[in-house]
Design a protein around this ligand. Structure first.
Ligand SMILES: Nc1ncnc2c1ncn2[C@@H]1O[C@H](COP(=O)(O)OP(=O)(O)OP(=O)(O)O)[C@@H](O)[C@H]1O
Length: 326
């Protein structure tokens, strides 16, 4: 199959000596053309660094990357023409109208005047921004502004579109709207989309395939269904009333037949069971028998959070908190 992106062995270290940070430690993956590919990981995992290398904004210490058939190190100029990039921070001019922003973008890419007009109209229409096109963009809603960022990145008809956390900061309604637009991009133009996100649900909804990145390494790769399907049975999560009881809780849960893959993360204990509903009474009895007070117990079908937990050894949300606290 033709691959729109091929990354291999990417290593990137920021800084020198004792204070250096190894942001990427051998990241590699292939993205089939015309698909949405997710880079999923908690804050600080290395998603933005990977995106910066693939969009020629950073150079790796080692490793190779080919985007739209072009080597990013050898042909950065041609790569930049073949891609569109929506960074985390907005990139439109807030003092200009939507139409003016698109026109300027067209000029930056050397497009012909008539093409700028028709492509601008097409994108404004597609993203539901036509009515607001004549208004200064600082008066637009957050969701509209984000859509404009995507429209700007698509203006010159790139073959690969990079979206760095496209829905961070949007309310649920605007996020759902943006998800629909992103799905539409691959369908309408055959554009390949590489999306970074730290929302598990977003990767699950949008990505045809994804890699989970943790601490600069790819820890899992596949379709969301494959990744979840690799986990058998149900996920049980026990919230302890007292985090000091984790050893007793682990022993009690471990004594119940059919319970495996027990991990404890602060006051949360995670385990896998073949049949959650059937095992729950024995599990609760074992915990009660050991005198471990509980705050809550939940049983759920496997999620990408469980996939992450299996491969990274900690829950996705606790990894996010660790990075924020660091
Ligand atoms: N310019 C820089 N100088 C020093 N360290 C950096 C720099 N950029 C990133 N890092 C570090 O490299 C690691 C990976 O960062 P990166 O921004 O790629 O992660 P991320 O997964 O995109 O996170 P986020 O979701 O917060 O954007 C982090 O530990 C970060 O602090």
């Amino acid at each position: 199959m033709h691959h729109a992106i091929e990354a291999e062995g990417l290593v990137k270290t920021y800084g020198k000596g004792a204070r250096s940070v190894r942001a990427l430690d051998g990241v590699g993956f292939s993205v089939p053309g015309g698909t949405v590919f997710g880079l999923l990981g908690p804050n600080g995992a290395g998603k933005s660094t990977t995106t910066k290398i693939l969009t020629t904004l950073a150079t790796p210490d080692s490793g190779t990357a080919v985007v739209a058939g072009l080597d990013v190190a050898a042909e950065p100029g041609r790569v930049r023409h073949a891609i569109g990039y929506v960074p985390q921070k907005p990139c439109f001019d807030p003092t200009a109208t939507g139409r003016e922003n698109l026109t300027l973008q067209g000029h930056v890419y050397g497009m012909a005047r008539a093409d700028i007009r028709s492509r601008g109209d097409q994108l404004l229409e597609r993203f539901g921004l036509a009515e607001a096109a004549g208004r200064v963009t600082k008066t637009w809603s957050g969701g509209m502004q984000r859509k404009l960022d995507v429209a700007l990145a698509l203006m010159h008809r790139p073959r690969v579109l990079f979206l760095d956390e496209p829905t961070t900061g949007l309310d649920p309604e605007a996020r759902a709207d943006m998800w629909a637009e992103i799905s539409g991009v691959t369908a309408a133009d055959g554009v390949t989309v590489l999306l970074t996100t730290h929302y598990l649900e977003e990767a699950d909804q949008l990505a045809d395939r994804l890699v989970i990145i943790d601490r600069g390494r790819v820890v899992a790769e596949g379709t969301p269904e494959e990744l979840k399907g690799g986990l058998h049975g149900d996920a049980v999560q026990v919230e302890l009333a007292d985090a000091g009881q984790q050893d007793a809780a682990r022993r009690a849960v471990g004594s119940v037949p059919g319970v495996g893959e027990i991990t404890v993360d602060g006051a949360r204990l995670h385990a896998r069971v073949g049949d959650g509903a059937a095992t729950l009474p024995a599990l609760l009895a074992a915990l009660e028998g050991s005198g471990v007070p509980l705050a809550a117990v939940t049983v759920a079908r496997p999620s990408l959070d469980d996939v992450y937990l299996r491969h990274a050894g900690r829950s996705f949300h606790s990894a996010d908190r660790t990075e924020v606290a660091a």
